[in-house]
Design a protein around this ligand. Structure first.
Ligand code: ADP
Ligand code: ADP
Length: 228
């Protein structure tokens, strides 16, 4: 579904963050990108939604070159969750979640239904949380809202950049379990960046190990454990 062919990224200052990456992410697969800080994980992920333009090679989604897709609709069809979730502080939780569907001009009744459904999915009681503001929620709860927001417009692809990295271990584990449950139900194509091998082994259908902008290894968790 997402295909990288000889993809590279050289920043303006000359840094070669990614060097000739080749891999394919299948539809419905949760692919983890792992590696030490600075190995090119975030760069790789952000090239998929064109937040960072690649400088070499070709990236396609379902066979279509992403350079031929307008970035605005491209981004609206790719959910995005980051470590500092960045909810809009002056929007209620329901309005934060409804952001993209609203931009897409979904009818009001469908919006309401979608928000309620998604709050249930991520384990936030709509009765309690819909009208609250982000500052009234814990870090873990805000991250749940981030996941709901990314799912809101029902995108096929979700990009997650260390989404649980700032959470305490217990909350983190809960959200990992939550994500596995959601994935079992929704079969999204997910690219998940982490530098935590335990998290990678727990969540990944496959794990891409990056080092200095290159792909070292691309294996299932079982293969990785038997051939580290
Ligand atoms: P990771 O996500 O694995 O920590 P990044 O993709 O953020 O790695 O960074 C890969 C390399 O590119 C690093 O050497 C980093 O310093 C460099 N880099 C990242 N962003 C920029 C930028 N805007 N300009 C120049 N170099 C950058
Ligand atoms: P832009 O026009 O700046 O590319 P949009 O108007 O599509 O962005 O979206 C507005 C805000 O919502 C931006 O802050 C963007 O990061 C965020 N956003 C866009 N698409 C998604 C998505 N699918 N999931 C979560 N947040 C998104």
């Amino acid at each position: 579904m997402i295909k990288f062919e000889n993809v590279s990224k050289k920043y303006d200052d000359g840094t070669e963050a990614v060097k000739s990456l080749n891999f394919e992410i299948n539809r419905g697969e949760l692919m983890v990108l792992i590696g030490p800080s600075g190995c090119g994980k975030t760069t790789t992920m952000k090239m998929i939604n064109r937040l960072i333009p690649h400088t070499g090679g070709k990236i396609t989604i379902d066979g279509q070159d992403i350079d031929s897709i307008d970035p605005v609709p491209l981004r609206r069809n790719i959910g995005y969750v980051i470590q500092q979730v960045g909810l809009f502080p002056h929007y209620t939780i329901e309005n934060n979640i409804a952001l993209i569907p609203k931009l897409k001009k979904w009818p009001e009744s469908k919006l309401k239904e979608r928000v309620t459904y998604l709050m249930d999915v991520v384990g936030l009681d709509p009765e309690v949380f819909a009208k609250r503001y982000p500052r009234e929620l814990s870090g873990g709860q805000q991250q749940r809202v981030g996941v709901a927001r990314a799912l809101a417009a029902n995108p096929d692809i979700i990009l997650m950049d260390e989404p649980f990295g700032a959470l305490d271990p217990m909350t983190r584990e809960q959200l990992q379990d939550e994500l596995l449950r959601i994935q079992a139900e929704m079969h999204k194509t997910i690219v998940f960046v982490t530098h935590d091998m335990d998290e990678a082994l727990k969540l990944g259908d496959r794990i891409a190990v990056l080092r200095d902008g290159e792909l070292l290894q691309l294996d299932t968790p079982d293969q990785l454990l038997s051939n580290p």
